[in-house]
Design a protein around this ligand. Structure first.
Ligand code: SF4
Length: 346
């Protein structure tokens, strides 16, 4: 793989989901923004360009990050504990989260970063060589490199690997359903539970995320939900209760839910880290609302990093932050009482 750096070397790929409009304009169909892009212009994410009335992905084959992570870092707690994943990311995003923890790539254009020049097959092969069990699309939102993500996932599965993606969940229905055909697991950020929060602090929308969560749940793709708890912005306990009720009512009681500790970042560096007591209060609410697998993230060593049997209370998967210390499951079930634990364990 070689570094790129020179935008003239970019070889764009026509995207799958768009429709041509009059006067060589075109409308991208990948995410909720449905950008109408005039000839020669870019979409909101800066990664899709209209060339002669056709839309092309500029970042296809040009990730800015290729990295091996523990699967627990995703966070993905009910899938292949203790394994590693091969992560890809590009520049750009379709949100503008003021608290983005990866803003140095997500809020940059590809011309501001050093990018790789690599095919989907090469990424998948590299994942195999690194001993990873899955490929992952993460750090920035993979919606903005949809076509590359899709093709890497296909190549990975052909090599016996799993495929997972971590997104804000604003894919439109058709590209989402197509993607789920080649994915094993999805991690979805539910960043808050009000439209006001999404618009003011994320530059996004809540309703498409809720639609995506329901759609994923309707398929066999494994789902985990992440809520970054930000002091004073989305830590209202009544709102958290409403969110937990919605999850239970629409996704079921066994979807893993991660409450993640916020650390000051990007435009919200004036805020303090989330108090651990706030995360514990959120967990207590989720427990009260009947959710069975609720975790605290970014607090290494906390008891709620680990998985307990919802029936008999025994420790099943012991974790320390991003690392699994011990797995005590028998064919996906609690070895003490036989309770099935949802996930991909083998
Ligand atoms: S993927 Fe990019 S170009 Fe397409 S609709 Fe979303 S923001 Fe617009």
């Amino acid at each position: 793989m070689q570094s790129l750096g020179d935008p003239a070397k970019v070889s764009p790929r026509e995207i799958r989901f768009y429709r041509p409009l009059a006067e060589k304009a075109a409308q991208c169909g990948v995410c909720f923004r449905r950008c109408v892009i005039k000839e020669g212009r870019l979409g909101f994410c800066n990664n899709v360009k209209n060339v002669g009335g056709r839309l092309y992905s500029l970042v296809y084959g040009h990730p800015c990050a290729l990295n091996v992570d523990p699967i627990e870092k995703e966070p993905l707690f009910h899938m292949l504990p203790g394994s590693t994943i091969f992560c890809s990311a590009t520049a750009g995003c379709n949100f503008r989260c003021q608290f983005c923890q990866n803003w140095e790539i997500s809020q940059r254009t590809m011309w501001e970063l050093i990018n790789f020049d690599v095919s989907p097959g090469e990424v998948a092969q590299r994942a195999v060589e690194e001993g990873c069990r899955a490929v992952s699309f993460t750090y920035n939102d993979p919606i903005v490199f949809y076509d590359f993500m899709y093709d890497v996932a296909v190549q990975a599965r052909q090599r016996g690997l799993r495929a997972i993606f971590h997104t804000n969940g604003t894919l439109n229905r058709e590209p989402l359903l197509a993607l789920l055909e080649v994915m094993d697991a999805a991690v979805i950020d539910l960043k808050g539970f009000t439209t006001k929060f999404y618009r003011r602090y994320c530059g996004g929308e809540l309703i498409p995320v809720l639609d995506t969560l329901v759609r994923i749940r309707e398929t066999g793709v494994h789902l985990e939900v992440v809520n970054l708890v930000i002091p004073t912005l989305n830590d209202d306990l009544d709102e958290i209760r409403q969110m937990c009720r919605w999850i239970r009512g629409n996704l079921g009681d066994d979807v893993p839910l991660h409450f993640i500790r916020f650390f000051p970042a990007y435009k919200l560096h004036r805020l303090p880290p989330t108090p651990v007591e706030t995360l514990e209060a959120a967990v207590q609410i989720a427990d009260e609302e009947g959710l069975k697998f609720v975790y605290i993230g970014n607090v290494p060593g906390h008891r709620r990093n680990s998985t307990f049997c919802p029936r008999c209370g025994k420790l099943l998967v012991e974790r320390m932050h991003f690392f699994t210390l011990r797995v005590n499951l028998k064919e996906g079930k609690c070895p003490y009482c036989g309770e099935p634990i949802p996930g991909i364990w083998a």
